[in-house]
Structures are given as structure tokens and as C-alpha cells.
Design a protein around this ligand. Structure first.
Ligand SMILES: CCCCC/C=C\C/C=C\C/C=C\C/C=C\C/C=C\CC/C=C/C(=O)SCCNC(=O)CCNC(=O)[C@H](O)C(C)(C)COP(=O)(O)OP(=O)(O)OC[C@H]1O[C@@H](n2cnc3c(N)ncnc32)[C@H](O)[C@@H]1OP(=O)(O)O
Ligand SMILES: Cc1cc2nc3c(=O)[nH]c(=O)nc-3n(C[C@H](O)[C@H](O)[C@H](O)COP(=O)(O)OP(=O)(O)OC[C@H]3O[C@@H](n4cnc5c(N)ncnc54)[C@H](O)[C@@H]3O)c2cc1C
Length: 667
């Protein structure tokens, strides 16, 4: 079943790969994006962006200074949010932005990712009616300013205050110390004129904890900072350099009472405080991003896998058999072992990302109806997924980069930037070690509920099951039964790690430590339990997707799922072996199966990444281009380096030439 990416003039090795494909790449892509119609829309948007002269890049962004890159990004953003705004649906926006602008951020990123969601879910009806239409029409640009120079993780210790003044019915927003300055918020430095600012709410001298307030930062006409406001860009970073992550100090800035986001927690004119139905509803914007970033991180890994796979199919280096031709590097087992698990993980993350977005939507619906009972489960799952997926993605992209040899180190590959952007996810929206502990808190409760025979939500139902013997390697050649045996073993391992961590914690408490100190003594084990809980969820989610997939792609998805499960189990072998649930022979069996999977997937590898349906423009990689004509493209790319504008650089003329001349004349 030939792959539809084949076109005349392509690199013959890539064409051959595509001709031997055993599944319909469009069918898999349609399944990934939800429907044929969605796939067609995706292609339509890619084509229209490429054809729009307003999005044309005279030279690649890699060769621009930061200021010029910010300028180019802002210019394109204006086109998106004026000319294109009504041509795409909201759910198509992220793809349009990726195509048109790239992945390093744009002026309205935080406006969409956090400002609008905070207002939507936390502003009361009056404030929402006033500000949301303006924000949605891009009359104003906003961001979400929470992190301070001195505190990011521990929100309880944020220092920015919002003190209620009953006499004027205003809040006074203040930055009391240097380290209380807001530091890091995206698009805060130069682009935004409004922000949702997270402050300690103080009423009558009492601190009621972090709450969110809408603050105008800049004049709507001149864009100059308003009185009392110091704001700017924090400087260059590993990546996201077209984003103006910013600093902000507020010197006793007064805002009307109604600019507190009061849908859940409220302050009445006389200063009476009403708490929300769930104490953490103020943290909703973070949950929103965590729930959505899983999918976008799956896409970042998918890009890296696409680059590495296609390049490995066109790159020929060395021989496997003496006297044979130089081989495609994709034929080396080590190369397959590096790259194929990244393809499988990218699919797994994308599937899990879609499930968690649905779960988020259901939880929001509940909250809108006054029910926050789904929130703890969602918070535990998003915290775990956020941590596991960003770490997995970082390792995966780096493996893909290294698998491209020297060219992977060049910005031409797109991989260094991809890594820089992706790895930020380990830190933002809650540092990974911290968020895994949030998951662990929920697991510890789950262990207790299971002991007490209480009902458990689907994501932790496994805590209430009984373990049998591991059937890995004992269920004959039936792949369906093998998948089930592995999932049951993962369930056992996730359960065992959670129970062990709970017992370790209890033991320390019984030994005389307070709960919190005892917790700190077992957090490495707690986080292990959280990771395996999350990896179990991902495996289950992939399995659900496999079982519901059409027969035309079932076989290739099953092969990919087998590889995924075998790789994850070998990667977690320590946990499987530790309590004797699996034995060495079973791990050897899993490794043998994994090596077989590499061979099985080899003919479909290129087509599997083609089904990610990432256009050349979006991929932005000379090595990963669809046609595989990388060598000519590499030369054309390098010629655009500003060092090549002249044959003799001023740096050479001014320093190197005189030095050589002086040294020659000494002889
Ligand atoms: C047009 C273009 C469109 C593009 C965009 C469109 C859509 C995009 C949408 C999404 C974006 C997708 C991808 C992203 C891409 C790019 C991203 C670019 C930039 C990223 C921007 C980054 C922003 C930030 O980083 S914002 C700052 C984030 N900061 C943090 O996350 C801080 C982490 N710290 C905390 O969350 C908390 O302090 C803490 C660690 C959880 C502790 O809090 P504390 O109050 O001390 O509570 P505890 O005592 O520990 O817990 C008490 C109790 O509450 C529970 N809890 C805690 N938090 C929550 C929560 N959020 N929800 C529910 N429950 C919570 C906790 O578990 C505990 O429960 P228990 O008592 O029952 O155990
Ligand atoms: C690219 C990027 C974009 C960002 N965008 C925004 C934004 O738009 N808005 C915004 O408000 N913020 C933003 N941030 C800030 C981000 O949310 C914080 O950096 C993050 O929450 C971590 O906080 P911190 O930097 O204070 O790290 P710290 O809390 O100081 O953590 C430092 C280290 O200490 C350890 N640690 C800390 N606490 C614990 C604990 N309880 N248990 C175990 N270990 C611990 C961890 O190893 C951690 O890595 C962004 C950051 C980045 C990198």
C-alpha cells in the first residue's frame, strides 16, 4: 500500500521506503487527527500558509538577531489575528501558529494559553462581560504573571500583595522587595498591556493566600508603562527567544475591587471574603496549560522522530557486510533502537494528550455546574503526565538529534531549537519533581481508599485490584494476550510502588518524624510511584486507541504498541524485577521481543512518521524534509549565514590579517 507522500524527484531511498509501506498513511493520519476532514483541513492550512506572501521568510529565522526575529514574529502574528482570524476554528489555531510563526513563541501565546483561560474560568460575569470581548477581539493583549524572582514553585510564599482598601473599594497591588518582582511570565516584557497578576490577598491584615487580579500595565494608546509599573524583558534564553519573558514591579498600584477574578473566591465591598468551592480553583490556568501541553509536547517529539527517521533513510554511511554497498543508517540496529521508541512514544503521548484534554473539558463542565469532584483526579493526572512527558520528550529529542551525527548539531536540522523549546516544559507549569509529588499525594490517598474498600476513579482503579503471577512470556504467540499480560504487569508494578512508598512514609512517621519531614525522606520513591502510574495511564490510553482503531491500521498500530510496551518494560526492568514479580528470564524475553519489533517496524518507519503529517515548513528542518534531498539543501541553507555575505570578514581584515602580517614580517 504505497504512501501518498511519494513524488517525482524525491530521494530514491525515501521513495523506496514509502513504496514498501504496508498501511494507508492517510488512514493513520486521519485517526491521529480525529477524522479525514480534520486531516484535510490540516493540509489546507499548511498549503495556504505556504502560499501567503505575508508569511514568507526572506531568510531563515536562525540567521536573524533576536530583535529582528521578534519583529518578524509580531508581523506574522498581526496577519494571523487580523486577516486569518475568521478563516480558522479555534482548535485549528495552534496548527496555524506553528505553520506560520514556528515554535519559539509569539506575542499572543500567553494571551491564548493563560490570559483568556484565566478570565474565562475565574472572572465573574461583570468583569468577563467587560474584558473578555475586548481580549477576544485582540483590542488588548494579556499575559499571566505569577512566578517571582524569588518564588516559582511555592505559591504560598509569593510576596506580591493585593491589599483591600475598604474606603475606596480598591486593591493596592505592591511588590515589596526586589525578589518579589514577577519574573519569567511569557509576553510580559514588551507585548502585553494587561496581565492577570497572582498576589497574596490581604484583608484587614489577614493573608488569604494567592488570588488573581486583572491589572492594566501599559497605556492603551502609547503602550508606555503606566505610573507605578516597571516592566521589561528578562533577556535571552536557551530557546523561546521570540518570546519576551518579562519582569514586572508594581509600586502600590490601585485597581478597582471588581478587577479581582471573583467567579469562585469573592470579596464584597465591605471586605467580606467568600472562599471558592475548591481551594485550588485559583490555580485553574495552570491546570489548563498542563492539560493541553501534553499533546503539544507529543507533537514536538513527533517532529524530532520525523527528522531522524527520514534523514536516517537517506543517509548512507558504512557497511554491514564486507563488500556490500554503504547502508542506510536506518538499517543499523542501534539506530533503530534509538529512533523507533521515539516514534512509538510520540504516538503514545499524542493519544494520552487527546484523552486528557477530553477529561479536562468534562471537569470544566462539572465546575461550571458547581461540582469540583473531578478536579483532584485531573490534577493528579495532569501533574504526572506533564512531568513524565516533558522528561521523556527531552530525552527522545536529544536521542534523535544525536542519531543525526554532526548535522544534528547544526541549526539546519531544527533539532537543537526543538530541544531548547521542549525542555522548558520540564520547568514551566510546575517543576517536574514538584508536580510528581502532587501526583503522589493523590496516590497515597488512593492506597488508603483501596485498603478501606472505597470506590476508586478509573485512573487509580488498579490500586484496588489483586496481583496474580506475571504472565509475560507465558501466554504463547497471541499478541492480544501478550499485550494484556504486560498491562497487568505494569498495573502490578504501579500498585506495588505506590504501596511500598506509602509504607515507607508510614514507617518514618511511626519512627517519630512529622508527616512532612517523613515525606521528604521518601520523595524519590514517591516520584517513582507517580511516574509508573503515569506510564501505566499512557500504556492503557494507547491500548484503548488500538482497540478502537479501524482494521486498516490495526496491524501497524499493534506492531507499534508492542514495541512501545516492550521498550517501556525493559526501560523499567528494575521496577519489574525488584519484588520478584518478573524474573530475569522474562526481561530477556521482553528484550528479544523488542529486537524483533525493531525488525518488524523497519519497513514502515518512514511511513509512520509521514502520518504525523507535518509539513516541511512546520518541520523547519533541512534533514527532515519530505523529499529527502538534504545535501543540496544543506549547502543552500549555509550560504545564507551572515558570515557569508562577504568573502573577507571585517573581523579577519581588522585582526587576523594584521596579526598574520605582523608575524610574517618578524621572520
Ligand atoms: C492562538 C494560538 C493558540 C496557542 C495556544 C492555545 C492554547 C494553548 C493551551 C495550552 C498551551 C499548550 C502548550 C503550551 C505551549 C507553550 C507554553 C508556553 C509557555 C508556558 C507558559 C508557562 C507558564 C507558567 O509556568 S505559569 C506558572 C506555573 N507555576 C507553577 O506551576 C507553580 C507550581 N506550584 C504549584 O502549583 C503549587 O504551589 C503546588 C506545588 C501545587 C503547591 O501548592 P499549595 O497551595 O502549597 O498546595 P498543597 O498544600 O501542596 O496542596 C493542597 C491541596 O491542593 C491540591 N492542589 C494543588 N494544586 C492544585 C491544582 N492546580 N488543582 C487542584 N488541586 C490542587 C493538592 O494536590 C493538595 O490536595 P490534597 O490536600 O488533597 O492532597
Ligand atoms: C520557558 C519558561 C516559561 C515560563 N513562563 C511563565 C509564565 O508565563 N508565567 C509565570 O508565572 N511563570 C512562568 N515561568 C516560570 C515557571 O513557572 C517557574 O520557573 C517554575 O514554576 C519553577 O519555579 P522556580 O523557577 O522558582 O524554581 P524553584 O521552585 O526555585 O525550583 C528550583 C529547583 O528546586 C527543586 N525544588 C523546589 N521545590 C521543591 C520541592 N517542593 N520538592 C522537591 N524539589 C524542589 C527542584 O529541583 C527545582 O528544579 C516560565 C518558566 C520558563 C522556563
Amino acid at each position: 500500500m504505497p504512501n501518498r507522500c511519494i513524488r517525482p524527484g524525491d530521494n530514491p531511498d525515501l521513495t523506496k521506503e514509502r513504496e514498501t509501506c504496508t498501511f494507508d498513511t492517510d488512514e493513520l493520519a486521519a485517526n491521529l487527527y480525529g477524522s479525514r476532514r480534520n486531516l484535510e483541513r490540516r493540509r489546507e492550512i499548511s498549503q495556504k500558509v505556504s502560499a501567503d506572501p505575508d508569511f514568507a521568510d526572506p531568510i531563515p529565522h536562525e540567521f536573524l538577531s533576536r530583535e529582528k526575529a521578534v519583529d518578524a514574529t509580531a508581523k506574522k502574528s498581526k496577519v494571523i489575528f487580523q486577516k486569518w482570524k475568521n478563516l480558522v476554528k479555534p482548535e485549528e489555531m495552534p496548527h496555524l501558529v506553528n505553520e506560520a510563526v514556528g515554535i519559539q513563541g509569539f506575542p499572543l501565546a500567553l494571551h491564548h494559553a493563560m490570559f483568556l483561560p484565566s478570565l474565562n474560568s475565574q472572572a465573574d460575569d461583570d468583569l468577563a462581560a467587560e474584558i473578555l470581548p475586548r481580549a477576544k477581539a485582540y483590542e488588548i493583549i494579556g499575559t499571566y504573571a505569577q512566578t517571582e524572582m524569588g518564588h516559582g514553585t511555592n505559591l504560598r510564599e509569593l510576596e506580591t500583595t493585593a491589599t483591600y482598601d475598604k474606603t475606596t473599594q480598591e486593591f493596592v497591588i505592591n511588590t515589596p522587595t526586589r525578589k518579589a518582582m514577577k519574573w519569567w511570565p511569557g509576553n510580559l516584557g514588551k507585548m502585553s498591556n494587561y496581565a492577570v497578576v497572582c498576589c497574596q490577598l490581604i484583608i484587614d491584615g489577614k493573608n488569604l493566600g494567592p488570588h488573581n487580579f486583572l491589572v492594566q500595565l501599559r497605556c492603551e494608546k502609547t503602550h508606555e508603562p503606566l505610573p507605578g509599573i516597571t516592566v521589561g524583558d528578562i533577556g535571552p534564553k536557551i530557546a523561546y527567544n521570540t518570546t519576551d519573558n518579562g519582569f514586572l514591579a508594581l509600586d502600590n498600584v490601585r485597581i478597582p475591587r471588581r478587577q479581582m477574578l471573583m467567579k469562585h473566591a469573592k470579596v464584597s465591598p465591605d471586605g467580606t471574603y467568600t472562599p471558592p468551592i475548591h481551594a485550588k480553583l485559583n490555580y485553574g490556568a495552570m491546570v489548563h496549560v498542563r492539560a493541553h501541553m501534553i499533546y503539544s509536547h507529543g507533537h514536538l517529539l513527533a517532529r524530532a522522530a520525523a527528522v531522524a527517521t527520514r534523514y536516517s533513510a537517506v543517509r548512507r554511511q558504512g557497511r554491514i557486510e564486507n563488500g556490500g554497498p554503504e547502508v542506510q543508517i536506518l538499517d543499523y540496529q542501534t539506530q533503530q533502537h534509538r529512533i523507533f521508541p521515539q516514534i512509538a512514544r510520540a504516538y503514545a503521548i499524542l493519544f494520552a494528550g487527546q484523552e486528557v484534554r477530553d477529561q479536562y473539558a468534562k471537569t470544566l463542565e462539572g465546575i461550571a455546574n458547581g461540582q469540583a469532584d473531578l478536579l483532584p483526579d485531573l490534577h493528579a493526572l495532569t501533574s504526572g503526565l506533564k512531568s513524565v512527558v516533558t522528561f521523556m520528550g527531552g530525552l527522545g529529542i536529544e536521542q534523535c538529534r544525536m542519531s543525526c551525527g554532526g548535522h544534528g548539531y547544526s541549526d539546519a536540522s531544527g533539532l537543537p531549537k526543538l530541544y531548547g523549546v521542549q525542555i522548558g516544559g520540564c520547568t514551566y507549569e510546575g517543576e517536574n519533581m514538584v508536580m510528581l509529588q502532587q501526583t503522589a499525594r493523590y496516590l497515597m490517598k488512593g492506597v488508603k481508599w483501596a485498603e478501606q474498600g472505597k470506590s476508586l476513579s478509573p485512573s487509580i482503579a488498579y490500586l484496588g485490584k489483586k496481583s496474580g503471577k506475571s504472565l509475560i512470556g507465558l501466554k504463547g504467540g497471541d499478541i492480544t494476550r501478550e499485550h494484556e499480560a504486560i498491562l497487568e504487569t505494569l498495573e502490578h508494578t504501579a500498585r506495588r510502588l505506590a504501596i511500598d512508598a506509602s509504607q515507607l512514609w508510614e514507617k518514618r512517621i511511626k519512627g517519630g518524624e512529622c508527616k512532612e519531614r517523613a515525606w521528604n525522606g521518601v520523595t524519590v520513591e514517591m516520584n517513582r510511584a507517580s511516574r509508573v502510574y503515569t506510564r501505566l495511564f499512557m500504556a492503557r490510553s494507547f491500548h484503548r486507541r488500538l482497540l478502537s482503531s479501524p482494521s486498516s491500521i490495526r496491524s501497524v498500530l499493534s506492531d507499534l504498541f508492542s514495541l512501545y510496551l516492550h521498550y517501556e518494560c525493559v526501560d523499567m526492568a528494575q521496577h519489574l524485577l525488584e519484588d520478584g514479580h518478573c524474573n530475569g528470564g522474562q526481561i530477556q524475553y521482553l528484550k528479544k521481543r523488542l529486537y524483533e519489533d525493531l525488525t518488524t517496524l523497519r519497513p514502515n518507519a518512514v511511513s509512520l512518521v509521514d502520518s504525523f503529517e507535518i509539513s516541511d515548513r512546520e518541520l523547519n528542518s533541512v534533514l527532515g524534509r519530505r523529499d529527502g534531498n538534504v545535501y543540496e539543501a544543506l549547502f543552500q541553507w549555509a550560504k545564507q549565514s551572515e558570515l557569508n555575505y562577504t568573502d573577507v570578514l571585517p573581523a579577519v581584515k581588522n585582526y587576523m590579517m594584521p596579526m598574520m602580517e605582523e608575524n610574517r614580517s618578524k621572520l
